[in-house]
Each structure stands twice: as structure tokens, then as C-alpha cells.
Ligand binder design. Structure first.
Ligand SMILES: [Zn+2]
Length: 280
């Protein structure tokens, strides 16, 4: 069987529940999930059972915007050290200024993490805002990929005011500005960025340093235009990710199996593109 790299995994444990607070519950309702937290060992076993060989696990610090405790970078680094299956992306809270920048350096140089994850609606910031330039310059120097959330989010969905989260922050055009100013920074726009997926496809086509993942959507529901581009123009820049536990890799991969991707493109999406981008 082919190698499978799941590039988008959240821990489904107590840390995840505390970090997500009430708006996570709204997300789970939105995804129709009957959810109870599980230790990371169990997540690892489920991913392996689905055929995943390598999984990228995400920290998240949105303390300034949501007031909830972070999924700490140190914990993700421990998981990476303890399990062959896992690699890890760090998170820094952009509102924390210079200490966020220093934490980013520590996450790579001391903790040996593999990149960075941002969720702009949850963290409450727009990447194009010039006040974050120093942070992006530091990340570019560190030489690791950065993942930004793209488009709609289930977090806060269906609640009054969407729990105060603003969708304007997740528009791909904010990410385009960062990609233009930091051409040596590799950027992944996570998820088909519906309803801005056309904007996203344009950016991924336009800028060689921008990639996307197909996480958070069962493949059979991904907009046709995204599938068409994934098979053609941008087949070297599309990554498999599940968005565990929102979408699980067993379900994602069985949907994908049913779709008419040729073998060459399948290999690119399931592992080759990730191997190249993450230097695996
Ligand atoms: Zn996610």
C-alpha cells in the first residue's frame, strides 16, 4: 500500500476540549460529531488503522482572543518524540508580539517542531496586517512551512454572533499579501477555502510558495472546481489532510478511493507533495 501522510491532525484529548471551549462544541454539532475526548495513544491507533504512516499534529494558542488555555508547543513536541507516527506544528498567538516571535524561534530551534499552524478566526487577526510583519520575517528565516486556515469555519458555527469569531480574517487574499512579501516562506492554505475557494485556487496557481490541503471536507463534498484544479494545474501543490477528529482519515480515504483521480495524482496528494514540502 502507498505511503499516506495526514498533514492536518488535531489532538482529540482534554487539551483540545479546554482550548476549544464553547465554540468547539458548536463545531462538533456542526460536523454532526458525537465526541468524547480520547488520549493521544488512541488517536495514534486510529490513524494507523486507517493506513496513515505520518501525521502532523497541531498546537494552538488563541489565548488573547478566546481566553482559553493553549494546546502547548511543549506537549506537541513530547508527542512527536514519543511516537514515530507524529510530527508537529507549533502555534504562536500573534497578539503576543515579541514573545510570540521568541516562542516561534524556540519551537523550531529547541523543540524541533516542523512548522506553524494559524487559525485566524479563532486567534482573531488578519495575516495581512502590517503589525505582524516581524513575525512573518522570523518564520521565513526559520525555513519551516506555515499553515493558515482558509475560508469558512465550523468553530462557533450556528451560535449567536458565531461566538464573536470573524470570517473576514480567513479570506485567502490576506494570505496572498504575506506570500507576496515573503517569497521564501512556504504557505499552506488549509481546507478548500469555501466560499473563497476560487480566490484560493488563483493564489495557489499564482504563487509557487503557496500550497493547499483538502482537509475538513469529505472528498465527495469538495467543490468540483477544487477537484478539477487538484487533478490538473496544481496537482503538485495539494496535500491530503483529514482535520481529525472533525473528519477522520478512514472516511476521507474511502471517499477519495471512489473518485477518479489517476494513480500519479493520488500519490502526489497522499504523500509525494508533503514529502517534498516538509523534507520528509
Ligand atoms: Zn483543522
Amino acid at each position: 500500500m502507498a505511503t499516506i501522510i495526514d498533514t492536518h491532525v488535531h489532538p482529540a484529548n482534554d487539551l483540545f476540549v479546554e482550548q476549544g471551549g464553547e465554540s468547539l462544541q458548536h463545531a462538533l454539532d456542526y460536523f454532526g460529531k458525537d465526541f468524547s475526548p480520547e488520549p493521544i495513544e488512541e488517536t495514534g491507533e486510529k490513524l494507523r488503522a486507517a493506513g496513515v504512516d505520518t501525521a502532523i499534529l497541531f498546537a494552538l494558542d488563541s489565548e488573547s482572543n478566546t481566553g482559553t488555555p493553549a494546546i502547548p508547543n511543549d506537549w506537541v513536541a513530547e508527542v512527536k518524540d514519543d511516537y514515530d507516527l507524529f510530527r508537529g506544528f507549533a502555534s504562536v498567538d500573534p497578539h503576543k508580539g515579541e514573545s510570540a516571535r521568541q516562542e516561534a524561534v524556540r519551537a523550531i530551534e529547541d523543540l524541533d517542531l516542523d512548522g506553524f499552524k494559524f487559525q485566524q478566526a479563532v486567534q482573531g487577526f488578519s495575516p495581512s496586517d502590517r503589525q505582524y510583519d516581524e513575525l512573518w520575517a522570523t518564520l521565513e528565516d526559520l525555513g519551516k512551512p506555515v499553515l493558515f486556515h482558509g475560508g469558512h469555519t465550523g468553530i462557533g458555527a450556528g451560535s449567536p454572533g458565531g461566538d464573536g469569531l470573524m470570517l473576514k480574517h480567513t479570506r485567502p487574499l490576506h494570505i496572498d499579501e504575506v506570500a507576496a512579501r515573503y517569497p521564501d516562506l512556504d504557505i499552506i492554505i488549509a481546507h478548500p477555502a469555501w466560499p473563497y475557494h476560487q480566490e484560493q485556487l488563483s493564489i495557489v496557481t499564482h504563487k509557487s510558495n503557496v500550497y493547499m490541503d483538502l482537509s475538513g471536507w469529505r472528498p465527495k463534498y469538495i467543490p468540483d472546481e477544487v477537484i478539477h484544479y487538484a487533478k490538473s494545474r496544481i496537482s503538485d501543490k495539494v496535500l491530503f489532510g483529514s482535520d481529525y477528529p472533525m473528519v477522520t482519515p478512514d472516511v476521507w480515504l474511502s471517499d477519495f478511493e471512489e473518485m477518479d483521480f489517476d494513480d500519479e495524482t493520488r500519490e502526489k496528494i497522499l504523500h509525494e507533495n508533503a514529502e517534498r514540502l516538509f523534507d520528509l
